[in-house]
Design a protein around this ligand. Structure first.
Ligand code: IPE
Ligand code: IPE
Ligand code: MG
Length: 241
């Protein structure tokens, strides 16, 4: 096990855009779903590593609101993989003290998957070692529009006085209401875009883009990125003296 690096300022909340499964598989002459399968296995290693580096919140982008545009067979394969992941990982997540939450719009998801997601959240609700949030059918624009609709309803009913609205008023309506903002957003696979992930929450996050495809991502690459994060100066708009 790698030693804790206490000299680096820890990234308490790390969010990862797990990208590159398809290209990883293609490079091996395998179907895209094979890449997703191996990618799902890397989640366990990264979850296990986080507490060793002082990461208390890990948020993983698993399926975007735009990913429905893919071939029906790939979408169905991914949905089956999510069910399989919950089935095979629940006991281990409970043992490791991981609290699991899901963000995104669950309504379009298959009822069996929705039930399993709810059960996993309940089974891990009292865990505190690591907060794992899985973004499934998540899109930041979708999240923001759902949040704005609920906020508008509260303004209309008088529950939320219009005069009190400020930059933080939206926060409690977001899917991430119970989570701190990410300190660090990592995207694998060499793409340098956000692809509709945590737009509001990442306003002051640091970004790291690594060429490593997600099925090759593991503890060592995470450690390298976290060490680099520790040497960055975050200013939050101020001038540091
Ligand atoms: C990320 O890998 C997984 C999901 C988006 C579900 P991709 O499937 O996007 O892999 P590439 O980008 O095509 O290589
Ligand atoms: C972002 O990856 C979504 C997830 C990792 C779940 P995509 O592969 O869907 O993003 P684009 O299409 O390259 O922007
Ligand atoms: Mg991709």
């Amino acid at each position: 096990m790698a030693a804790k690096d206490s000299s680096a300022s820890p990234a308490a909340h790390v969010a990862i855009i797990m990208d590159g499964n398809g290209r990883w598989a293609k490079g091996r002459g395998k179907p895209r779903l094979h890449g997703h399968k191996i990618g799902a296995r890397r989640v366990r290693e990264v979850v296990e590593a986080c507490p060793d580096y002082g990461v208390r919140y890990l948020t993983l982008y698993a399926f975007s609101t735009e990913n429905w545009k893919r071939a029906p067979s790939e979408v169905a394969g991914l949905m089956a993989l999510f069910r399989q992941f919950i089935r095979s990982e629940t006991a281990e997540l409970v043992r490791q003290g991981v609290r699991v939450r899901f963000i995104g719009d669950r309504r379009p998801l298959n009822s069996k998957l929705r039930r399993m997601m709810g059960e996993l959240e309940q089974a891990t609700a009292r865990n505190e070692t690591l907060n794992l949030t899985v973004a499934l059918n998540y899109g930041a624009r979708d999240e923001l529009s759902r949040a704005a609709a609920r906020m508008a309803a509260d303004v209309a009913s008088g529950k939320l006085p219009e005069a009190n609205l400020d930059a933080d008023s939206l926060r409690p309506y977001l899917d991430t209401a119970d989570l701190p903002d990410p300190d660090l957003v990592i995207r694998t696979s060499g793409e340098t875009r956000i692809s509709n992930f945590l737009l509001w929450q990442s306003a002051y996050s640091e970004f790291e883009f690594t060429p490593v495809y997600w099925p090759d991502f593991g503890r060592n690459e995470l450690a390298r990125i976290l060490a680099n994060f520790g040497s960055r100066e975050r200013r939050f708009g101020a001038v540091l003296t």
